[in-house]
Design a binder for this molecule. Structure first.
Ligand SMILES: Cc1cc2nc3c(=O)[nH]c(=O)nc-3n(C[C@H](O)[C@H](O)[C@H](O)COP(=O)(O)O)c2cc1C
Length: 155
């Protein structure tokens, strides 16, 4: 059975809710799924988080599985922070192994929508730098994260 990994960071839960919706769709499509919610070692203020994201900081994250070898498809999710992905996901994408040739889906949640295209482009570039192939992108406004998502079903 195809095994799908969903790796995401969520500070206030919105991206986590979207990850849950994605999980439901994948399960309904008969996929075996694992989810990793990244956690930063330290908590930072709103302003610091925005600046860290803007300057593409890689946040120190708690221990996580960085080995992607055993999965057929991967999803990466993050909130949009200052038009950028969150530092925890930057760090994960730097450290992970085995993304080469994999089908990758990226998802973001956002507030106003300012910079969401930029954040997704940055995320796509990071995935491609590690050899992943981005096959779909989802961007959901924070108020819409409880809604059912339409997914292109992965391998
Ligand atoms: C530090 C910070 C920076 C943010 N910057 C943006 C932004 O540039 N554009 C935007 O549309 N929303 C921005 N937001 C709103 C978040 O993207 C939105 O609330 C998101 O759903 C939070 O996800 P989470 O609950 O998974 O942490 C920002 C939120 C925070 C905390």
């Amino acid at each position: 059975m195809a095994k799908v990994l969903v790796v995401y960071y969520s500070k206030t839960g919105n991206t986590g809710r979207l990850a849950d919706q994605i999980e439901q769709e994948l399960v309904a499509a008969g996929k075996e799924i694992e989810k990793i919610r990244l956690a930063e070692e330290k908590d930072h203020s709103f302003l610091r988080d925005a600046l860290r994201a803007l300057f593409r900081v890689k946040g120190k994250i708690k221990e996580a599985n960085f080995n992607l070898e055993g999965y057929d498809a991967i999803f990466f999710g993050t909130p949009v922070w200052a038009g950028s992905p969150a530092p925890a996901l930057n760090e994960y994408l730097e450290e992970c192994q085995g993304l080469e040739g994999k089908e990758v889906s990226i998802f973001v949640t956002y507030g106003s929508g300012l910079g969401k295209g930029r954040a997704m482009r940055m995320l796509k570039e990071m995935v491609e730098r590690k050899g992943g192939r981005v096959i779909q992108k989802l961007a959901v406004q924070e108020k819409e994260v409880f809604k059912k998502v339409e997914l292109k079903i992965v391998r």
